[in-house]
Ligand binder design. Structure first.
Ligand code: KG4
Ligand code: ZN
Length: 330
């Protein structure tokens, strides 16, 4: 079975081909990606209209290139992100793929972007070897969600962010500190040479009884700090270290609390923030209690392969019924 995955929910345009082998392994045949991230450095964040216009330029050339690797008549299903995301961006992928599905009579599978971040793990690990129940932590630019997975198809939300997501917190705090968008990886790199115990920022909702998150208070705390005399004397590396510590400590504590409460066998992490080496190191401490899985770094951030991977666990729908839905949730 060979599936084509299309991702256009935010600022990336991804077109990938993924094959399911007879042993259950998902093999990425091609993974094409065009990003408009450079365009958004100037504005310190994504301008939806600009992102969608760039995607309009990228989508056909990428599909053309992909069909030279595996022609469309050898594709068994088209998988497309229908939400959540920016409406203009989603429409580029969804309408293009609906048209191809209609003309070429290829089955169409609508995919939730958040499921894609979870199933990205199956691109790097044989899904038959992952033990359930599991906890999935989706940490991206727009989401911080804890999901209970009874098995690989049954997903239940345990908690989510009440305001800013973890990636969004990194990006917005980056803006306060004059660090280019997207700031997560840059803050993490600066943090490597920071001095611990120099500063203290809050760990929002660390001890709350639920599995929800909130990072806007941390952002406000950094904003207030930038207005003080202490800020003028502080080293950027030390600030970055404390920001990263605050975010990672909350993610670690809540994920492990959920994993223990629900007595799971595995933890699956996904989304752009899951490339963070400190998060990997922290969750790695629990390897004797749970198997901890991450996608390869190139499949943590948005891509088409994770959408094709999710397709193998979802059902096709007739093209007339497939619609972009910016508010889609699990
Ligand atoms: O999953 P993703 O590519 O896009 C969304 O679906 O939102 O995630 C992008 C987010 C950005 O907020 C970026 O700053 C963050 O992932 N990110 C990181 C790192 N690499 C990317 N955050 C912390 N540490 C990193 N190494
Ligand atoms: Zn994403």
């Amino acid at each position: 079975m060979t599936y084509l995955g299309i991702e256009t929910s935010f600022d990336e345009t991804g077109v990938s081909i993924v094959k399911k082998n007879s042993n259950g392994n998902l093999e990425v045949v091609s993974n094409l990606l065009a990003s408009s991230a450079n365009l958004h450095i100037k504005t310190g964040g994504v301008i939806p209209e600009s992102a969608a216009r760039e995607q309009l330029n990228y989508i056909i050339p990428l599909l053309d290139k992909s069909s030279k690797i595996v022609p469309l008549d050898k594709i068994d299903a088209l998988c497309v992100t229908t939400g959540p995301g920016l409406i203009g961006s989603l429409l580029v992928g969804v309408e293009t793929i609906r048209t191809i599905s209609y003309i070429k009579k290829i089955p169409l599978i609508p995919i939730n972007h958040l499921h894609g971040h979870i199933y990205a793990n199956y691109l790097s690990h044989n899904h038959l070897q992952i033990k359930y129940p599991a906890i999935a932590l989706v940490v991206s630019g727009a989401h911080t969600d804890l999901i209970y997975m009874k098995n690989e198809k049954n997903l239940k939300v345990l908690g989510a962010t009440r305001d800013d997501a973890a990636g969004e917190a990194f990006d917005k705090i980056g803006r306060l500190l004059n660090i280019d968008y997207p700031a997560g990886a840059k803050i993490s790199k600066l943090a490597d040479s920071g001095n611990p115990k120099k500063l203290k920022f809050p760990r929002p909702m660390l001890k709350s009884d639920d599995f929800d998150f909130s990072f806007s208070g941390l952002k406000t705390s950094v904003l207030n700090f930038t207005k003080t005399d202490e800020f003028k004397k502080a080293k950027l590396q030390d600030i970055c270290l404390e920001v990263e510590e605050a975010i990672i400590e909350v993610l670690e504590t809540k994920t492990i609390k959920a994993a223990k409460k629900y007595k799971v066998k595995s933890i699956l992490v996904g989304g752009g923030v899951s490339t963070n080496s400190k998060l990997r190191e922290r969750l790695g401490k629990y390897k004797s209690n749970f198997d901890v899985f991450y996608p390869e770094v190139k499949y943590c951030t948005d891509n088409g392969a994770m959408i094709a991977a999710a397709g193998f666990f979802s059902k096709p729908l007739s093209w007339e019924k497939v619609k972009a839905d910016p508010q889609l949730y699990y």
